[in-house]
Ligand binder design. Structure first.
Ligand SMILES: [Zn+2]
Length: 395
């Protein structure tokens, strides 16, 4: 399942506001950037901003006026109980910037044009070309961007930042990851498209989105169980990429049940070889009941097929076993599980929960919340919009 596939169901297809901004983000000074960050997640009053920034009320008013005039900030009035007149609050103008967010999976690429708050203006999915690699990835997105801006009537120059989700470790070195067909660096895109670009691992982007959805949780583990098994780790509020972007490649943790099955990563006995979607499909497919695709397996689970349900639960147990050390090491507040099977019943998650409750100290397991993501695409858009904000408003 690609990052954005399901979003069409809940997106709002409204044309982007016709913004005429008098200044680009690169013209904002350090104080203005700090103000944008102070209101990025919740609107603030002048008094709150004066206290947060350590500025006088007059300075806050002057800086806000400049940002409002430039189109970056909106002002709105709010009535408060016990106060006679409405008072003003300030928020990031959601239509101030338009972003292009694209996600690559094994077979396809899905892209969305969004406002800076993640509201979707247009989206499209297409098969990956037969040729893979950096040039093919850039040209595929170029085609999609042309077509989508044309259809939606959004001037291409209105799009100021691009976030690309890749299904493998992402680093600043050009490393060919065997299971990812993307193999691009941000500079490949930024040189071609002339805008700010970030390339990030898909599970990392989802983890950022989950943390945004659960602001009280400082550490989050987001698991995506699909063709492979990836995790994004937000630790103490910060995304942890590890060496060469390899942090969270939990599908390549060995478990005893996988024996010495060779894996694409070069190691043997990785949990992905027995608990990823293709492994699950293989394990319960029989001559009498051949299963070929994820949809076949989903159909079997939904129809109550005991073998399919047991296999899903067992896969969850293996995943739980594999991530036990990581969970004890990080003591996250939330493990959020996404993927094709996270939203059809609790079977996969029940297996993960069972394994972790047996293997982790009660102090950790009693605090830990293990949740199924109803829509990891939605979390992905939220996470990508956070990255786009940081690109546009660097601190
Ligand atoms: Zn492996």
């Amino acid at each position: 399942m690609s990052l954005l596939t399901l979003l069409v169901l809940e997106s709002r297809f409204e044309p982007g506001a016709n913004m005429t901004k008098s200044r680009s983000t690169s013209a904002l000074d350090a104080d203005e950037l700090a103000l944008m960050h102070a209101i990025r997640h919740s609107p603030r009053s002048r008094a709150e901003l004066a206290e947060m920034m350590g500025w006088s009320r007059n300075t806050v008013v002057a800086k806000l006026a400049g940002l409002i005039e430039a189109g970056w900030v909106t002002e709105f009035s709010e009535l408060q109980a016990g106060r006679g007149r409405p008072f003003a609050r300030y928020a990031v103008n959601p239509a101030a910037a338009t972003t292009f967010i694209a996600g690559f999976d094994v077979e396809s690429v899905t892209a969305a044009i969004c406002q800076i708050d993640g509201t979707i203006l247009a989206w499209e999915r297409q098969q990956l070309p037969a040729v893979s690699g950096p040039d093919a990835a850039v040209m595929t997105l170029d085609d999609m961007l042309k077509r989508m801006t044309g259809k939606a009537g959004i001037p291409r120059q209105q799009i100021e930042a691009m976030v690309v989700a890749a299904n493998g470790p992402v680093s600043d070195m050009r490393v060919t990851v065997p299971w990812s067909k993307v193999g691009v660096l941000p500079s490949d895109f930024s040189a071609h498209f002339g805008m700010k670009v970030a390339v990030e691992n898909d599970a990392n982007i989802v983890a950022l989105g989950v943390q945004r959805e659960n602001p009280q949780a400082s550490s989050v583990l987001a698991l995506l169980v699909e063709t492979g098994i990836g995790a994004g780790i937000v630790f103490s509020g910060q995304l942890n990429r590890g060496f060469s972007g390899w942090a969270g490649e939990v599908g390549h943790i060995p478990v005893a049940a996988a024996g010495d099955t060779p894996c694409v990563c070069g190691n043997r006995g990785c949990v992905a070889s027995i608990a990823s979607n293709p492994a699950l499909i293989r394990s319960i497919s029989t001559k009498d009941r051949p299963l070929k695709t994820v949809d076949d397996l989903r159909g079997a689970v939904i129809s109550g097929d005991t073998d399919a349900i047991m296999a899903l639960r067992q896969a969850g147990r293996h995943i739980g076993e594999a991530i036990t050390g990581l969970v004890i090491g990080l003591a996250p507040d939330i493990i959020s599980v996404g993927g094709s099977f996270a939203k059809i019943g609790d079977h996969l998650i029940a297996g993960i929960r069972e394994s972790l409750s047996q293997r982790t100290p009660p102090a950790i397991s009693s605090h830990l919340r293990i949740l199924g993501m109803q829509d990891h695409n939605r979390s992905g858009i939220r996470g990508a919009s956070e990255i786009a904000f940081d690109l546009l408003f660097p601190r």
